[in-house]
Design a protein around this ligand. Structure first.
Ligand code: NAD
Length: 497
């Protein structure tokens, strides 16, 4: 429970359940901490399992009996477009909230917020073309068609790195399909999701369609264990994703999991090295490496290895660390002490395992706090722990390769399969390698590009299912086949018609 003296003067952000802004039933609150100065800046409800149950009941009621169930796709699309306009209007305010909560650069959060309306506009378009199909059939007295119906009550559990963007990748298709929604943001970054509820209310979504409940793993578990939830969608670590998948399976609750990565960024000897070096830098140091798609394994052809290491190390040493709200800052702190300790320990271990520090090397001694120096490690093999485990921090390992086959084998020699960058000027090679890499997204001479219409998700332990695009909408629908007898003749009870 939060000490009253600590909360004095801080804004309180309530939950939204069944159309009402509420505190946790138990009355507990907790603080949200700004990673830049490690000071509390907002107060939020510290909910428990019974709060999650109420939120699910509200979403269930809204789905089964509320006006939402009677809306047409065109009406839902109109609400979504209104929401898009409101997000556009308030992008600056909300980007600031995100930065205060997760320490990522304000300018990056602003770009995310300004792009978010497109998700709602794109899925508003898909909502009205979410059609079933009239099927061919081999009986003359029947018509058969399919309907695509909403999967029902969706429970979304989100991580701290991009709380709203990763929520709207779920919310936009869920609303388009006609689902109702309960979201539990990360306990480290709950404020933006609580604040976003204002926009949902202002846009005019009926009570219970969108609900927010805050808290930690116990609240998440209450959602995944609930029989009243039809689908759990999760973005987070592979370890928690597996636990959620097992819990959901007990009730055969549908799941989509967007999990971790250890993505390869491959620089061939025939690449434009300037572009490749920039791609390698932004692939790992943008967002302080705190993105699932971070290009954390840099595979470099041996003939250009030393040159690439020299260039990226020089650039890494000039990256400007500082206040994420300052437009001059290029890299902010990591999100919390747990992450800080984990990353610095992993870098120490890598050095003990034989890696060479080409830049950085752990905590940034000048900035202090939760700042980690942009770190580049060479002399790494693909099987060292630093090359196999996701770190979620600004640490790049560089691994040399000798041939195209070698590069593909190294890229695929990972439990993960989220993304891959390919840097080459050889068009045949680019497509050949893109086809052979086992990853859900491949960028050729680019890195970290996403769009509402391009499916995103993982092979292997990077997840199950896809977000965005038509594939993303399908995740929120059930297919129903409807058979219609056309002749009006009573069927023979003992033969199939
Ligand atoms: P996390 O797995 O620790 O937590 C994510 C969420 O799950 C939080 O809201 C947390 O409270 C909740 N949770 C934890 N244990 C739970 C349980 N047993 N049952 C139900 N809910 C539970 O992840 P994180 O540290 O917040 O985020 C970082 C991870 O997210 C990284 O592994 C990263 O790769 C992954 N990520 C993946 C994508 C993607 O699209 N593939 C995008 C961003 C982040």
């Amino acid at each position: 429970m939060t000490n009253k003296a600590l909360t004095a003067g801080l804004e309180f952000f309530p939950m939204l359940i069944g159309g009402r802004r509420v505190d946790a039933i138990g009355g507990k609150t907790t603080l949200s901490i700004n990673p830049y100065n490690q000071q509390p800046w907002a107060v939020v409800p510290e909910a428990e399992a019974n709060d999650a149950e109420l939120a699910v009941e509200a979403a269930r009621e809204a789905f089964d009996n509320g006006p939402w169930g009677r809306t047409t796709a065109f009406q839902r699309a109109a609400l979504m477009r209104r929401l898009a306009d409101l997000i556009e209007r308030d992008a600056e305010k909300y980007a600031r909230i995100e930065t205060m909560d997760n320490g990522k650069l304000y300018k990056e959060m602003l770009v995310q917020w300004r792009y978010m309306p497109e998700w709602f506009r794109y899925f508003a378009g898909l909502a009205v073309s979410n059609d079933g199909q009239l099927l061919q059939n081999d009986r003359t007295n029947f018509m058969v068609y399919t309907r695509r119906e909403p999967v029902g009550v969706v429970a979304a559990i989100t991580p701290w790195n991009s709380p709203i963007m990763l929520m709207i990748w779920k919310l936009a298709p869920a609303l388009a399909a006609g689902c109702t929604f309960v979201v539990k943001p990360s306990e480290y970054t709950p404020v933006s999701t609580l604040a976003f509820a204002d926009l949902m209310q202002e846009a005019g979504f009926p009570a219970g369609v969108f609900n927010v409940v805050t808290g930690g793993p116990a609240v998440g578990a209450a959602l995944t264990n609930s029989k009243q939830v039809d689908k759990v969608v999760f973005t987070g670590s592979t370890q928690v994703g597996i636990a959620i998948g097992k819990a959901a399976m007990a009730n055969l609750t549908r799941i989509s999991l967007e999990l971790g990565g250890k993505s390869a960024n491959i620089i061939f000897e025939d690449s434009d090295l300037n572009a490749a070096v920039n791609g390698a830098i932004s692939g790992i140091f943008a967002a302080t490496g705190q993105t699932c798609m971070a290009g954390s394994r840099l595979l470099v052809h041996r003939s250009v290895h030393d040159e690439v290491v020299r260039r990226i190390s020089e650039r890494a040493k000039t990256i400007k660390l500082g206040d994420p709200l300052d437009p001059e800052t290029e890299m902010g702190p990591v999100v919390n002490q747990v992450q800080f300790d984990r990353i610095t320990a992993a870098v120490r271990q890598a050095a003990e395992d034989g890696a060479t520090v080409a830049a950085g090397g752990g905590a940034d001694q000048v900035k202090g706090g939760l700042f980690i120096a942009p770190t580049i490690l060479t002399g790494v093999t693909n099987r060292m722990t630093i090359a196999t485990e996701e770190l979620f921090g600004p640490v790049l390992v560089v691994i040399p390769f000798d041939s195209e086959e070698d590069a593909i084998a190294l890229a695929n020699d990972s439990d993960f399969g989220l993304a891959c960058g390919i840097w080459t000027t050889n068009v045949q090679r680019a497509h050949r390698v893109a086809a052979k890499v086992r990853a859900g997204t491949v960028w050729i001479n680019a890195y970290r590009i996403v769009a509402p219409n391009a499916p995103f998700g993982g092979f292997k332990q990077s997840g199950i299912g896809r977000e965005n695009g038509v594939d993303g909408l399908r995740e929120y629908t059930e297919s129903k086949s409807v058979w219609v007898e056309l002749s009006g003749v009573a069927p023979d009870p003992f033969t199939l018609n």
